[in-house]
Ligand binder design. Structure first.
Ligand code: URA
Ligand code: SF4
Length: 226
């Protein structure tokens, strides 16, 4: 797979232009079976950026991230944690739905490392247009994309972490010219919080405890916003 980089037109300097370009991405094989690219959405000046795994069945059909069951749960948790929903940007580590057919049903299939790596240039390009105070990493796939394969969400969740320069190499950001003035807003977001994926809450045996854990982690995010 060639990866997404060659599908990003040099000089692309807005989220809208990135979204347009991502519609034609063939950086890995996932575009073939999915309905469409599901790019991030939200406020360019978002104070908080959420990074999920990949679009689900509903997102694949609607073309928007987190509009299915996991998205509803996430919005409820965001609200309960006291984060202002007006200043968010929500995206995924992988922008096409990966699934396998089980009868007539499309069953979610976790993206592999190759898909995460192939799609990562879109995430990097999105961050070059954003300047959030906190990045919320939802689950293992997003953690792998931003923090590397050895990061363990269960061990490091719910705490403010510095943006890891070793994992998210600053030169990746620097490749993408940003902003209408060509001026970098900042080298990288300053802080990061990892937590479990809302889909894991939906699947959890003890749903209430898992949900409370998600809300508690998001309260750390709310607290960091002051
Ligand atoms: N799960 C994700 O990780 N992202 C979505 O957009 C929907 C479900
Ligand atoms: Fe491109 Fe990412 Fe879709 Fe693969 S999953 S085709 S890299 S947008």
């Amino acid at each position: 797979a060639p990866g997404a980089q060659e599908f990003i037109p040099p000089g692309t300097d807005s989220l809208a232009a990135l979204r347009d370009a991502a519609g034609g991405c063939r950086g890995c094989e996932l575009y073939r079976d999915a309905t469409q690219t599901v790019f991030g959405r939200g406020d360019e000046r978002a104070r908080v950026v959420f990074v999920g795994e990949q679009p689900g069945d509903v997102e694949d059909v609607q073309g928007l991230p987190f509009v299915g069951p996991a998205g509803h749960l996430l919005r409820r948790a965001v609200d309960e944690a006291g984060i202002d929903p007006k200043h968010l940007y929500i995206t995924n580590a992988v922008k096409h739905f990966r699934f396998e057919m089980r009868g007539k049903r499309r069953l979610h299939k976790t993206p592999d490392r190759v898909h995460i790596v192939a799609c990562r240039p879109w995430l990097v390009a999105e961050f070059a247009q954003l300047d959030p105070e906190v990045v919320v990493v939802l689950g293992a796939t997003a953690a792998k994309a931003l923090l590397g394969p050895s990061f363990r969400v269960t061990q490091s969740r719910g705490v403010l972490l510095p943006w890891p320069e070793s994992a998210q190499r600053p030169q990746d950001f620097a490749k993408v010219p940003v902003g209408p003035t060509g001026q970098r807003k900042s080298v990288a977001p300053t802080q990061l919080v990892a937590t479990i994926h809302p889909s894991a809450v939906l699947r959890a045996d003890d749903h209430d405890a898992a949900y409370a854990g998600l809300v508690a982690d998001l309260k750390v995010v709310a607290g960091a916003l002051g």
